[in-house]
Design a protein around this ligand. Sequence first.
Ligand code: ATP
Length: 325
Amino acid sequence: MAVIEARDLRKDFTIRRRTGRFRREKRVVPAVDGLDLTVEAGEMLGYIGPNGAGKSTTLKMFTGVLYPSAGYVRVCGFEPVPQRVAMARRIGVVFGQRSQLWWDLPLGDSFDLLRHIYRVPAGDHAARLARCRRLLDLDGFIDQPVRQLSLGQRMRGELTAALLHGPSVLFLDEPTIGLDVVSKQAVRGFLADLGAAGDTTLVLTTHDLADIERLCRRLVVVDAGRIVHDGTLDDLHSRYGSQRRVVVDLDEPVEVEPQVTGAVLEATESGGRRLTYALSGPPGPLLAALAGTGRLRDVAFVEPEIEDVVAKLYTTGTSRASGRS
Ligand SMILES: Nc1ncnc2c1ncn2[C@@H]1O[C@H](COP(=O)(O)OP(=O)(O)OP(=O)(O)O)[C@@H](O)[C@H]1O
């Protein structure tokens, strides 16, 4: 079942700029430029793209914060802005820059208030809170006022607050930005488990490539308000030609390096004792040829770096639309 459906969704921002004493220039920025997207229940979707690509604007339209300029959008069957109140029971939102916690109250009091606001049955609330306390390690700071919490502690509180009413979709805008390594791992591990359980759809924007690798089974890449890729991370690797490499150590150099179909010798180091091949097919034939030399000491596979793939995508695979005037 589709939990998010967008068809030809658009959001234009009009920017007015003073160009002279009495002159103003009007420019229309198509922040989201005809988005077609369907997200099925239980998906873990990474919505990524360079700065200004339109990610936050899209999430704001999905969560009822912004009215679209045109197009069709439904989230859990609701039209986000007009049906925002009803939709709020079905979605959870974690936007780094906007908190849903009460700044001066202890964290635990915010959770109580949210239970009343969403009218969550006491038993459900207690069970969900107990789970979050355990998995997000909240006990050390649950009695502290929110304003005294570190960013990592607050983010763990925000995640809990977003989940206490049992939403079917969780929207996260940069959930790990600014967090230290330990908090990042805690948040990622928690979201990975939540997604794997299968009853919450996750939609997240992130610039953190480790988030993408850990959390996004499907990647939608946007640029200048348009989708430029929709698929798995593996699809992205094959589309952008990123290849696995095999690094081979030999006891002694061979007279002629083995050459097989599907493997290209890229580098020879250490006087011929270390060979690096780029693979475009299965490694079996290459390994068999190397084993046949009788000098094979060690083999290591080097996976393509996601940094390289995403950098390539952002710089070459996109058509940057300029603002319409
Ligand atoms: N309130 C606004 N008024 C005018 N222009 C805006 C407004 N909000 C966003 N924009 C413009 O819309 C475009 C998309 O912005 P958006 O914040 O959605 O991008 P993003 O992909 O989330 O970027 P980032 O990765 O930097 O957060 C940008 O050109 C931005 O300047």
